[in-house]
Design a protein around this ligand. Structure first.
Ligand code: AVJ
Length: 356
């Protein structure tokens, strides 16, 4: 576990109490060819490139629009403020939440075989790196010339990388702070030689299947080596429901905390005591759905306009899609990966794909 430092040297673009960056022109999403970076800002340590060129005003406007809409929704990225990152780390320790430990067991069992499949890696790109924990056990084997950690949470990248630098003197450690959920845009100068991307944890499940293929295609265009990706498998509803509605209520706290985060991002007065966590498997759509359900009829101020949520009305906060082996193999093919290898556990609860 890597301690998080206070966000002193980077600015949270979604927190209105912080000074704002000048906004950059909006970037077309699902863009298929790499573009030159738009004025990346170097941090004091020169290790983190701050590429958070989101238009903060547009992000807030989108959040407000989604909260006022019927059905209301929020994007999963609003889970990950400082407390949210810590709650997600706690989720990964839960008995009920099998994906993290199953994936890590697959990595451990087949580490050498997977490393052999990857071959030479000059730049290892960790997409959604967070605290960079998952990459730690790969670096000694892969020995890349460069490790590039990409995440929306700049401050946690910075503290994780600072801790790792002395451990890996032969690897150049870089961070890229960016919101890749709309578009993965990696400045060309950060990529050297044969590039392999790492996207573990079944984070791909947050995208709807069509958008997931587009995102895989975006990764494909950078992957001169390949892509190592973890994907959660379809399974019985009871196991899935327990993983997303644990009995200690950690996932509930993770979900409800998004309301507190949102109150800091926009002018709103959500009271988490008036909402309850819903996390359940929708077998027809092959996805976990998380919602925040209004306990009573209530009025919430959302940026100066009163919005009534009726009793039992839901705010949809996350999808987490699950895939069969053949479904995801087909998606990798659609995204342009020609060669696909897969590893799994005894229960076939989780897949690890290497695609090139
Ligand atoms: C970080 C998207 C992989 O979908 O399992 C965990 C997030 N949400 N518990 C997942 C999450 C509720 C997680 N991912």
């Amino acid at each position: 576990m890597i301690a998080q430092l206070p966000p002193t040297s980077s600015v949270n673009p979604l927190d209105p109490s912080e000074p704002l960056h000048p906004s950059h022109p909006a970037h077309p999403s699902h863009q298929l060819s790499p573009s030159p970076p738009a004025h990346p800002v170097s941090h004091p340590h020169d290790r983190i490139v701050d590429h958070l060129k989101i238009d903060e005003a547009a992000e807030r406007a989108k959040l407000i629009k989604n909260l006022r809409a019927t059905p209301a929704s929020i994007e999963p990225k609003y889970f990950y403020d400082k407390l949210g990152c810590a709650l997600y780390a706690a989720i990964c320790q839960l008995d009920e939440y099998y994906p993290t430990r199953t994936e890590s067991a697959i990595f451990q069992t087949y580490r050498n075989e997977i490393a052999e499949a990857m071959g030479k890696v000059d730049t290892f790109v960790d997409v959604g790196a967070g605290d960079c924990c998952k990459a730690l056990s790969w670096l000694p084997l892969i020995e890349p010339a460069r490790y590039l950690a990409v995440d929306i949470a700049g401050p946690s990248l910075e503290s994780a990388l600072a801790t790792m630098v002395p451990e890996f003197p032969d690897t150049e450690m870089l961070g890229l702070a960016t919101d890749f959920s709309a578009n993965l845009d990696i400045p060309g100068e950060l990529l050297t030689g044969r590039v392999t991307l790492f996207y573990p944890g079944s984070s791909i499940g947050n995208f709807k299947p069509d958008a997931a293929v587009l995102f895989l295609r975006q990764m494909r265009r950078y992957a001169t080596g390949g892509l190592l990706i973890g994907v959660d498998a379809k399974k019985d509803k009871a196991t899935l429901d327990a993983a997303y509605a644990d009995s200690l209520g950690v996932t509930a706290a993770f979900n409800l905390n998004a309301l507190r985060h949102i109150n800091r991002v926009i002018n709103s007065d959500f009271d988490e005591k008036k909402w309850r966590h819903v996390g359940q498997y929708n077998a027809g759509l092959g996805r976990i759905e998380m919602h925040l359900q209004s306990i009573e009829s209530q009025v919430v101020n959302i940026d100066g306009i009163a919005r009534t949520y009726h009793a039992d009305e839901r705010i949809h906060s996350e999808n987490s899609y699950k895939y069969d082996e053949h479904e995801f193999t087909a998606m990798l093919g659609e995204a342009g990966f020609a060669e696909v290898q897969v590893w799994t556990d005894h229960e076939r609860a989780f897949w690890v794909f290497y695609a090139a």
